[in-house]
Design a protein around this ligand. Structure first.
Ligand code: SF4
Ligand code: ZN
Length: 313
């Protein structure tokens, strides 16, 4: 949660501040904070042309704070820009965790009158993440989970004729992803990463948009609390095994000592991104999108990563 700043004054109006934003060197009152928060998300969506009139948006809703706040923001935007929203929640089958966030996802969708589709690993793959990891080990839990979730999100968003999938990645997630790819020496993966990503020119892959790309995680938690959006703070039991967790802690320490470190990483990445995306686009022009021999989903090899991972071919 962002640090409260009860003794200081709002940078904009001089009223008592509700929050200190170290990365901006500003203290803000509640109303100026929420105003700044909303206009930043809308500006990000505008700048990267994420939303167009008449589009159908599949909101990837985990039921955690990021996706819930994103759902509320998109719902607010849909009042002035006619877009159709529906939500997809993936139930990976993580005992004691997913059922809690699933409950939040259902409640928020009911409240905002947004249709919700719940898709489970068990039904789609015949196994839960828990049972899969018993065989494969927990060390690569997030890699398995991530590939399987992306697969299902794309498949069902396409089935339900969505134009785009909205993902609740915040700027902390982005800084972590950039660092992880650098630390693993996999910079080419960043070519496909960004506020708006996906093979726009290919209908099999649904474009992914990230309206919270430039919004820090702590701001999202603070916004949810100020707006009375009930959020679920429980953490996935597998998260602690992930490399991401190590990078998260490392960046949090750096941020404490050198405020704005995470946003500087994001900005530095964005500055490089256009060049990288141009390169990827050129390569994609030459690459062919194939259908996986095993499951029929789009991929760039004979057998997609999911089927390779699950040894289904
Ligand atoms: Fe899946 Fe990892 Fe997220 Fe847990 S922390 S839901 S295993 S990606
Ligand atoms: Zn103010």
């Amino acid at each position: 949660m962002a640090k409260l700043a009860a003794s200081s004054k709002c940078f904009k109006c001089g009223k008592p501040a509700a929050i200190s934003l170290n990365y901006m060197q500003q203290d803000l009152c509640q109303s100026h904070f929420t105003e700044m928060f909303e206009s930043r998300v809308k500006r990000t969506a505008r700048e990267y042309r994420m939303l167009r009139k008449g589009e159908k948006i599949a909101v990837a809703l985990s039921g955690g704070k990021d996706s819930c706040v994103m759902l509320h923001m998109l719902h607010g935007i849909s009042k002035s820009l006619p877009i159709k929203l529906f939500a997809i929640t993936i139930d990976e089958g993580i005992a004691g965790y997913r059922c809690r966030t699933l409950h939040v996802a259902k409640r928020e969708c009911r409240m905002l009158k947004v249709p919700l589709k719940v898709i489970s690993f068990h039904k789609e793959f015949g196994k839960t993440l828990d049972s899969l990891l018993k065989k494969k080990g927990v060390e690569r839990s997030c890699s398995f989970c991530g590939v399987m979730r992306r697969y299902l999100l794309n498949k069902f968003a396409r089935k339900m004729k969505a134009d785009k999938i909205a993902i609740g990645h915040n700027s902390d997630d982005v800084a972590q992803t950039v660092m992880m790819n650098l630390m693993r020496n996999e910079p080419e993966r960043l070519g496909r990463f960004g506020p708006l990503s996906g093979a726009i020119e290919d209908e099999l892959f649904i474009t992914r948009i990230k309206p919270l790309f430039l919004t820090p995680e702590r701001d999202i938690a603070a916004y949810a609390i100020m707006k009375g959006i009930e959020i679920e703070f429980s953490e996935c039991p597998y998260a602690r095994h992930a490399f991401r967790q190590y990078v998260r802690e490392m960046l949090n320490k750096a941020e404490e000592k050198y405020p704005a470190t995470k946003l500087r990483i994001v900005r530095a990445f964005l500055a490089q991104q256009k060049l990288m995306q141009d390169g990827v686009r050129m390569r994609r022009g030459k690459e062919k999108i194939l259908r996986c021999k095993s499951c029929g989903e789009p991929c760039s090899r004979e057998v997609c990563s999911l089927c390779t991972m699950l040894e289904r071919s």
